[in-house]
Design a binder for this molecule. Structure first.
Ligand code: FPP
Length: 263
């Protein structure tokens, strides 16, 4: 470990036998893992770097975690890449964040194809700058046939708006006489959310948030009703295999009862 990495690193070594532990069934693996990737700005500040340097490094962490999630057998990995509230950040930062998907897919789609990973998105991608939107559309098309991990980017996503949009869509169907108000139930509403295409996998089993913040920040509020939460102080750019294993280990110990009593 270099002086520099030692100075900033907070952790324990990655287990060399992660694959062995997975093969032995030592981890309960969430089918849908969702991540609030927080702390990029603070990671950069700590190094006297501009905030965007944290986002750039954070992009590398997305690659690392995609590989780990795929290896672990996670079926859906949803990452909160840009919220509807993030538009109010300084212009230069927004511009940089909008370029990241282009760089990410330019450099990573061949590996995603090799790893059988399928790219999906939730959120309103129509309002993204044209180049960003095109990069996303191409990445989805290039990986559409893949059957492994679904790497789902929340891009220009806001959970409350998503619920309002679903309610409006159902209200229109009622107004058109296609639906009765009493036909509306939680499953029908869920099918109208932008995660509807995920079917049974729409609700995250585990939501991880990095950087010590402990809130949802408008991320999947409907879908998170029974999610487990895992918070870590680690800044997203530093989130590594050991942190991933720690999150899985914590999830493995959780007793999920979904409001019922244990049998
Ligand atoms: C939160 O950190 C992070 C974001 C708002 C952006 C997340 C984007 C990435 C991790 C890059 C990956 C994106 C793609 C498309 C691969 P923050 O800036 O709020 O950090 P702070 O709270 O320390 O200021």
């Amino acid at each position: 470990m270099s002086f520099f990495s030692g100075m900033f690193s907070t952790k324990k070594a990655a287990s060399p036998s992660f694959e062995a532990a997975l093969a032995a069934g030592e981890y309960k693996v969430p089918k849908h893992l969702a991540i609030i990737m927080d702390g990029n700005g603070r990671w950069a500040k700590k190094r006297h770097l501009p905030r965007v340097a944290g986002h750039k490094e954070g992009m590398e962490t997305v690659k690392r975690v995609t590989r780990l999630a795929s290896k672990a057998g996670v079926q859906v990995l949803t990452v909160y890449a840009f919220s509807t509230e993030n538009w109010s950040r300084p212009n230069d930062e927004v511009k940089f964040l909008m370029k990241l998907p282009v760089t990410f897919f330019d450099t990573f789609v061949p590996e995603l194809i090799e790893q059988n990973v399928k790219v999906e998105t939730i959120g309103d991608i129509d309002r993204l700058p044209e180049a960003t939107k095109q990069a996303v559309i191409e990445a989805k098309a290039d990986t559409a046939q893949n059957t492994g991990l679904i790497l789902n980017f929340a891009l220009n996503y806001g959970g409350q708006q998503e619920i309002a949009d679903a309610a409006a869509a159902l209200a229109e169907r009622v107004a058109a006489g296609e639906l009765q108000p009493e036909d509306i139930n939680k499953d029908l509403l869920a099918s109208e959310l932008t995660t509807g295409f995920l079917g049974d996998l729409a609700n995250p089993d585990l939501i991880v948030r990095t950087s010590g913040e402990e809130r949802l920040s408008n991320f999947l509020p409907y879908q998170a009703a029974y999610s487990e939460f895992y918070f870590t102080d680690v800044f997203w750019p530093d989130f590594d295999q050991a942190d991933f294993e720690a999150a899985l280990a914590a999830y493995t110990k959780r007793d999920r009862r979904f409001g019922k009593v244990k049998a």
